[in-house]
Design a protein. Structure first.
Length: 200
């Protein structure tokens, strides 16, 4: 005798497709074309009502059935808009690979609509200010920052992410890469005590 799970996902009678898949489709259709949506749904292990994997045509049919509008790319970039890494890279004037590295390093933040969906970057003035042609005065290479602060690269990037350290990414010339603003470090108490040792 088979037992039915009480946590089983509800199925829509009209299409036989799970509720959460329809809800997800509505959200994804606002940002991605049918081909991309099919890939996302398949990566999440979702199937059609008949147990088939998703294709662009099947996504299109499901959208039509539920009267969900298809994706229409915007012609102009709005400030604060989330966009794909490729589109964000074009807006910033840098290579997509550079943006991928910055995202992986935690130098910039990304957003995902759902697990398996492409990362999206929110374009605004704060993000633009992080990418420069040359490093401002007082900003040093990562290796030097590690030596001056006595911490690892990962720790520095975590501090940048938390807003404890300022950083920029130089995207021109031979000096490409992340630059860190190292705050002036006051002499520590141990150094002071050595200098004043023996003084009455």
């Amino acid at each position: 005798m088979k037992l039915m799970s009480h946590c089983r996902t509800r199925i829509h009678r009209r299409s036989g497709t799970a509720d959460d898949t329809i809800d997800l489709l509505r959200r994804l259709a606002a940002h991605y074309p049918d081909t991309k949506i099919a890939g996302i749904l398949n990566r999440q292990g979702r199937t059609t009502a008949t147990g088939l994997s998703f294709t662009a045509n099947r996504v299109s049919s499901l959208r039509t059935h539920w009267e969900i509008p298809c994706f229409e790319p915007k012609q102009q970039v709005q400030d604060g808009e989330c966009m794909t890494i490729e589109k964000a890279a074009r807006a910033l004037g840098i290579a997509p690979s550079t943006l991928h590295r910055c995202l992986n390093d935690g130098f910039i933040a990304g957003e995902q609509i759902t697990p398996g969906a492409p990362w999206r970057i929110r374009i605004n003035d704060e993000l633009r200010s992080r990418f420069v042609e040359s490093a401002p005065e007082g900003y040093v290479k990562m290796f030097k920052a590690m030596k001056l602060l006595g911490v690892s690269r990962q720790t520095i990037l975590q501090r940048v992410k938390r807003g404890e350290l300022k950083a920029v990414h130089v995207y021109r010339g031979r000096a490409k890469g992340i630059r860190i603003q190292v705050p002036a470090v006051a002499p520590d108490l141990f150094t002071l005590s050595k200098k004043t040792e023996g003084v009455v």
